[in-house]
Design a protein around this ligand. Structure first.
Ligand code: APR
Length: 245
């Protein structure tokens, strides 16, 4: 493992443009459960609560589960070592952007500046009637569902539900960076969710070296990964940090 860590650090140091592609796995050590796998949220909750069509017909029922999943768990989550090392890499010019599937805001909380949030962010609530956007912190979510202050419509969390399009800016910025990347570091993703999983594949097609951090194998490991560092994000990034700085 140590040789692979040293090799990965050399590759990152030589890279002219490096991106990180992160999934739910990077936030597990912050106490945010993953969606799939043994302790996955989808074992406990029905994903239909995040299906846009179902949500629009059952807002009050869905909000009960949405609050539990995305506001009770997330509210106390703090960035972990993996988030912190990515922020340090950006400050030191070794990372150009983070492309994340996560909606937990932890990359920004850790200090990263260039973060493309492919699935939106749970810290914002949107009125689907007048388009107004609110900070979730403006509402006491003990009382749900939260309603628009202008037209009393039920507010929707401003992250991407199944069946909903990817935010345009995040989409175009993510693929633009993937096309420029010399290195793409994948951290904690199964690679099952599309179109997000096309980002590392696009980087690969443009000649990037793919380094993957995940205790398990993912759909990326066989297909695009050049160096698989099998372990938890926080532990592996701590080892990498020692070689980078
Ligand atoms: N460090 C690194 N990786 C980890 C860790 C850890 N501590 N713990 C688990 N993992 C890995 C798992 O092995 C798995 O490959 O993280 C991955 C988590 O899988 P998912 O929960 O399916 O996350 P992801 O692939 O990012 O899919 C998340 O799915 O529900 C949709 O849109 C939603 O953005 C979300 C997307």
């Amino acid at each position: 493992m140590n040789l692979l860590i040293k090799e990965s650090a050399e590759i990152i140091k030589e890279s002219k443009f490096t991106i990180a592609f992160t999934g739910a796995g990077i936030s597990v050590e912050s106490g945010v459960p993953p969606f799939r796998g043994e302790h996955g949220l989808w074992n406990k909750y029905n994903p239909e609560v995040l299906d846009l069509g179902y949500y629009l017909n059952n807002e009050e029922e869905c909000w009960v589960h949405i609050r539990e999943i995305f506001y009770d768990f997330f509210a106390y989550a703090k960035p972990n070592k993996a988030h912190e090392v990515l922020a340090r890499m950006e400050r030191k010019g070794l990372l150009n952007s983070v492309i994340t599937q996560n909606i937990d805001n932890l990359h920004f909380d850790a200090g990263n500046k260039t973060v493309h949030e492919f699935h939106g962010n749970s810290k914002k609530l949107k009125c689907l009637k007048c388009g107004k956007i609110y900070d979730a912190s403006e509402y006491d979510l003990k009382n749900i569902p939260p309603r628009c202050k202008s037209d009393n419509q039920i507010l929707k969390p401003d992250f991407i539900f199944f069946g909903e399009g990817i935010p345009q800016d995040a989409y175009s910025n993510s693929f633009a960076d993937a096309e420029k990347a010399g290195v793409c570091i994948i951290i904690g993703s199964t690679g099952e969710v599309v179109p997000a999983s096309y980002v590392p594949r696009t980087a690969k097609q443009n000649g990037a070296i793919i380094i993957e951090i995940n205790p398990e194998e993912s759909l990326f490991t066989e297909q695009v990964t050049d160096i698989h560092l099998p372990g938890k994000a926080g532990e592996i990034m701590a080892l990498l940090e020692k070689e980078l700085f």
